[in-house]
Design a binder for this molecule. Sequence first.
Ligand code: E4P
Length: 283
Amino acid sequence: MNRLPSKIFIDGGSPTETKEASERRSVTLGFPLDGQTTNPTLIARNLVEKSGKLTEKDALAEYKRIVREMSSVIPGGSISIQVFADEKTSAGDMLEQARERNKWIPNASIKFPATHEGLKAAGKASLEMPINITLVFSQSQAAAVYEITRGAKYPIFISPFVGRLDDIGENGMEVVKNILNLYENGDGHVEVLTASVRNLDHILYALLLKSDIITIPFKIFQLWADENFRNPADDYLYNKPELRPIPYRADVKLGRDWQTYDLQHMLTDRGLVSFYKDWTSLF
Ligand code: E4P
């Protein structure tokens, strides 16, 4: 039985790490990992180390091979595969990529960015496949994700990136808290996946908040495994006075047209550029 309130995913681009992490969890807790997230940067990093420069076609074939291996390690889990997009990529293009990627493995969840075009594509895709909205940094992006995916026929994940907010001096975990609060009186159709985890405190606080899912890079996963996948103590306090608070916005409520929410965030734009750059630098 899972003694944790959250599902645990591994965040990476290496099936070897997936295997090691899943085995470690099985040995200690008696059950494997719940899933895997990948992104273009993580896959590119893995491919650069192994293969160097590739053609675009081969790079995509490698992405497919890698997620197939991951899927065979955790066939009962969910494996996130990201579409490639820059600021000019249309919703139609992303949807086409999504349909193709969804055929790679039976347990795919397709990642779309939290941009206008990304959400437009995700709304349609949510009727056809599981999806994961990535590069989320604000409560109003989360409200838009909730509204565009109402009526979804498959699981929907939303991925707030906590570490990248911490990196610019803001308290990223507060976005997780705010989204959970925003969704509290909703119908539960969106699962909150804490992403961009940098340390054990992110894990412990995400568990305390009951984030539906936490995705963890292998190195941090190992640190947590060394502590027997511990839960936060009853008196655990996530106290980060060095980080600027991100207060809950009572004026950002569910129930509006998704296009009326402010989707703009500097880190979403930046993230899109760097995912695309890291991927295209492979060829
Ligand atoms: C999540 O799905 C992303 O792959 C990941 O958590 C990004 O983390 P980073 O900010 O460390 O790149």
